[in-house]
Design a protein around this ligand. Structure first.
Ligand SMILES: C[S@@+](CC[C@H](N)C(=O)[O-])C[C@H]1O[C@@H](n2cnc3c(N)ncnc32)[C@H](O)[C@@H]1O
Length: 204
């Protein structure tokens, strides 16, 4: 009979992907200042999805210190770009400094302001959108995501285990324009470690 690995959470903590000095510094800063970054497992997941889909134009909602955007930008092919939206001016300027440190300043642009307003003013199309802002804004962001994501594009959504994401979870699951799956996950060093992610593809 097949047997599960015992103490699975401890076991999988042994597989946290390695990071460079800058990402480790951002993780320490996030722990010190309670900045809710995605952490190394979801960071790697973002990198893999962006790389595997060959995404050239990526939109991120919720920059914070720029940690997740660094993973996304590092997955881009030459000529690719990330646009990341952030409400807090202090976070936006810290993120810009971190993109410079990472040598990614030409690939990542931060737009300050309320993400829903920034999206409403945008007309360009993206290959991948990563949603990571206040959870109550997820459902209102969905029509903008549909308009700005190419047909067949990938939407990845963090923190859908939060109660504020309930409306979003139900809406995308029922919507004809999306094929979506909610993944309840154990995510070492994510905030929080037990949470769910949504992966969705725009199908119409
Ligand atoms: C969870 S953190 C983002 C973490 C980042 N994606 C990472 O993993 O490195 C959410 C960020 O979104 C910003 N934010 C929250 N609601 C927003 C909104 N409605 N529009 C724009 N930014 C928002 C917050 O100021 C915060 O910096």
């Amino acid at each position: 009979m097949s047997v599960m690995i015992p103490e699975m959470e401890d076991y999988f903590r042994g597989f946290i992907p390695p990071r460079d000095a800058l990402l480790l510094e951002l993780e320490e800063e996030a722990a010190r200042e309670s900045i809710p970054i995605v952490g190394p497992v979801v960071g790697e997941f973002l990198y893999i999805l962006a790389r595997a889909t060959g995404a050239k134009k990526i939109l991120e909602l919720g920059t914070a210190s720029g940690y997740s955007a660094i993973y996304l930008a590092r997955a881009l092919p030459d000529g690719g770009k990330v646009i990341t939206l952030e409400l807090n001016p202090d976070m936006a300027s810290r993120a810009r400094a971190n993109f410079l440190k990472a040598g990614l300043a030409s690939r990542v642009k931060v737009r300050e302001g309320q993400a829903l307003e920034s999206m409403a003013a945008m007309t360009e199309t993206f290959d991948l959108i990563f949603l990571d802002i206040d959870k109550e804004s997820y459902a209102p962001a969905l029509p903008h995501c549909r308009r700005l994501l190419k047909l067949g594009g990938l939407l990845l959504v963090d923190n859908v285990g939060f109660a504020g994401a309930d409306a979003f979870n139900r809406e995308i699951f029922a919507a004809k324009s999306w094929r979506a799956v909610h993944l309840l996950s154990f995510l070492p060093q994510h905030s929080p470690e037990k949470d769910a992610l949504t992966l969705a593809v725009r199908v119409e």
